[in-house]
Ligand binder design. Sequence first.
Ligand code: FAD
Length: 469
Amino acid sequence: MEYDLVVIGSGPGGYVCAIKAAQLGLKVACIEKRETYGGTCLNVGCIPSKALLHASERFHEAGHHYASLGIKVSPELDLPAMMSHKDKTVKANVDGIAYLFKKNKVDGYIGTGSIEGPGSVSVKKEDGSSERLKAKNIVIATGSEVSGIPGVDLSFDRDTIVSSDWAIALESVPETMVIVGGGVIGLELGSVWSRLGSKVTVVEYLDKVLGPMDAELSTAFQKLLVKQGIEFKLGAKVTGVQKHEKGRASVTFEPAKGGEAETLDAEVVLVATGRKAYTAALGLDKVGVEVDDRGRVAIDDHFKTNVDGIYAIGDVVRGAMLAHKAEDEGVALAEMLAGQSGHVNYDAIPSVVYTAPEVASVGKTEEELKKAGIEYKVGKFPFMANGRARAMLATDGFVKMLVDAKTDKLLGCHILGASAGDLIVEAALVMEYGGASEDMALTSHAHPSLSEAMREAAMAAAYGKPIHI
Ligand code: FAD
């Protein structure tokens, strides 16, 4: 078969690129080595974790907050039914991609893709047969895999020392869980199991959770998680993870700055120390595609590798490992390959932690502005002073706007609070248009809504004073 474009990998980067290119008139194929399309995100990442976060949050609310709303219930956990909700959500989403491929006339191939040379890709199928596809252009969108920690093999254990792939599929609620890594994935899945009854302890190397997140937000967020019952060992360097008999494991760690080692026992250890680019079986050596010092496919500003006709996007290249960043790159590259001018604004990509409350961030943090020597103003507003948040019993957290001290241009927005993941989009849009906090302050926001906290924080930044505090 001969194509304008062959995409290897069907995650948010690959499938979006394939569909967009087909919509722009190119003849497109997309190869996927899993049984289903959708990549990490739809199969074992964003979607299943959000299904479990939603269900476990409802369970926890029913047991802890409904009484305050005048609703008497005694919730009982049915874990298999909760997992079935997650599985059905995943199936609906991955089936959706197969449908979209058909609708947009993208030829989907299930099998492992490898690049034979510029313009040629082979697909090795499960039954051992293979097929060769000719392509004017090839896009590598093979994503990432769990990076783990040295000496711990996460590839086979499904219930004691696990990666996120299996922490979304445990068959019972562990009494105790130790999570190595206080990043987004560790805290989201830690929240799930903590709400369902596990005693969760997070061991993190840095002195704060959520690594690059604005420090004020990260500290306030961690305090709320402690209130929810999650324990933290910060500034702790893990030196060993060991599996014991009878389904138990232990994690040994010592203060990162030096000091005495400590060991924690647990029924389940979740290793959530990050992910790394996945390029196995692609045949990059054979065609001479270069990778950077972190094993990521090296690309220029137009997603092109050092080999003509071969491009790469998503988790397998530099930048944030986020589904929407991969999607944005997929769209931009498809537009470029169709002769248009695609663009991704990396300064306005939001990132969200889907815990309760949610944490969301776009643009620069205060620490980054200080480091860059940029003069800025801060506008803050607490959800405690927002009428809708009070009605929802969702008063934890605040909105923080960071604006240029001279021009009022919005440089960053950081939100801790209910629906932060949806609220952040307003700030991303203002940043995309190069707008100022006064633009937000002058925009009508529906009352009563959580979004009024955005407007009030913008007022605080623009005029030094919000109305409601
Ligand atoms: P992937 O989604 O990794 O897709 C790559 C695909 O390529 C895979 O299906 C793989 O099987 C296939 N492949 C690899 N090699 C070959 C080959 N040789 N031939 C054929 N196919 C191949 N991001 C968010 O933005 N929001 C979230 O809430 C979020 N939650 C997450 C939760 C978890 C638990 C995890 C693990 C990740 C989460 N992420 C989230 C990150 C998100 O999943 C990734 O950023 C996103 O999936 C990257 O998309 P991609 O297309 O680059 O790669």
